[in-house]
Design a protein around this ligand. Sequence first.
Ligand code: UGA
Length: 460
Amino acid sequence: MDGFQPLRVAMIGTGYVGLSTGTVLAYLGHRVTGVDKDKSKTDLLRAGRSPIREHGMEELLELSKGHIVFTQDTSKAVAEADVILIAVGTPSKDNGEADTQYVEAAAEEVAQSLLPGRSYVIVVKSTVPIGTNRRVIYVINRVMGERGLSRSTPVHIVSNPEFLREGMALYDTLYPDRIVIGAEDPEGVAAMQRLYRPILEQTFNAPSFLARPSGYGLPPMITTDPTSAEMIKYASNAFLSLKISFINEIAGLCEKVGADVSEISRGIGLDKRIGPHFLKAGLGWGGSCFPKDTAALLAIGKEYGYEMPIVAAARQVNHEQRHRMVEKLQQALKGVRGRVIGVLGLAFKPGTDDVRESPALDMIRILVDRGAHVRAHDPAAVSNAKQALEELDVEFASNPYDVSLDAEGLVLATDWPEYVTLDLERLAQSMKTPVLLDGRNMLDRGKVEAAGFLYMGVGK
Ligand code: UGA
C-alpha cells in the first residue's frame, strides 16, 4: 500500500463494534490491541475464536494474526497507542436514556494510563447521547489536570459513530457508505484520515470471503463537529426504523383495501428520493440498536422539552405490529388458546444468534399469554432464546419439520434464507391445520398454497 503508515491502536471493548473495527484495522496493517475486562472473551480471542457470530470474523482474525493481540490490561494497551478507540456498551436505562457510565469509566481509565510527553487521539465509537463527547473531554482534562499532564500531553478527542449491521459488520467496515468524523481540531481529523486511509482509498486486498461489491466507489469522509456526529448516528437509526414502520403502517392499509405491499415497496422504492432499502414489511424491527437508539433519542428530546412525535409513532407502530400479527392468526384459527403454534425463526434478523428485542420472541410471548403452546426453531438462536424465554413454557426443536408436527398454525418470524427451501408439502402434511403466517413476506404465495396451506402474508 503506497505511503501507508501503520498506527498503534487500542480498542477498548471487544463487543461487535469494537471487535469488528479492531479486526479490520489489524487486517489493514495497523497494530491493534483489543482490550476487554471479560476474561472469557479475551481467552477465546487469543485462541483465534470469535465470541460473537459474525460473518468472516474468525477468518479475518486468522489473516490479521500478528497485527492484533487481546488483553484485559487497559493501561499497557493505551500507553503505547497512537489512537485509542472507546467501543464499550451504552445500555438503556429504565427511562430509555443511554447509560454512559462505561464510556466515562473507560475515558477515566484511559486518561490515567496516558504517558507524559506524547500526544494521543481518543475516539468515541460507542453510540452515546448528545453531549457525551464534551463529557469525555471534561473527564480526560480533569484527570490530566490532576496528574499535572495538561500541557505536556495533548489529547485530541474525536467522535466516530459506527454504521455496522450485525452479521455484516466486517463488510460494512471495509465498504462503508460514509465515514463520519466529529472533531474539534485538525490533529484529530488527520489521525482519522491516516487510520482509515486504506478504506478511504480502497487500497487493501479484499478478502475472498468479504469481496468488494461491484461498482463500489470511494467512500466519503464527512468531517463535522462532535455534537453533529453524535446526532448523525441517532438520526440514521431513527430514520431507518421509521422507514420500516412506515411500510408496516401502509401494509395494514393494503390489507384493508386489497393492495399488495410488496408492490408498493417496489413502486415507491424506485423513486431515488425514497430508495428501495428498508421497505420490507413484516413483523417489525428489533435488535440491540433501533429499539435502544430510538428510545434514547426520545429521552434526549424530553431532556430538552422537545417532542418527537414521528420517532414516537415509529416505535408505537413497531410495537403494535406484533399484536396485529397475532390478531391475524387468531382470526384465521378462531382463537389460539389450546392450539399448538409453530414458530420458524427466533433471531431478530437472519444471520445472527442475537434475540435482543426480537419481534419473534415478542410474538411468542403474546401467543403464550393467549394460551397457545409454542414450538420454535432457529438455525442459530435457540440457545439465546431459551435463556430469554426461560420463564415461559416454550418447546424448542432442532429441526424445522419438528415444529410443524400436529401444529394448527405456523409463523415464519425471521427471514433465514434456509426457510425458503423448506419442503412445504412435508410441512403442510404434518400439521393438523395447515395455516401459515409469513411474517416476513419471504415465501411465494402460489407455492405455499399449492402445498396445501392457507397462506397469510403481511400487507397482502
Ligand atoms: C442497525 C443499522 O442498520 C446499522 O447501520 C447500525 O450501525 C446498527 O443498527 C447499530 O446502531 O449498531 P442492526 O441492528 O444490525 O443494524 O440491524 P438491521 O439489519 O438494520 O435490522 C434491524 C431490524 O429491522 C431487524 O429486525 C430487521 O429484520 C428489520 N428490518 C430491516 C425490517 O423489518 N425490514 C427491512 O426492510 C429492514
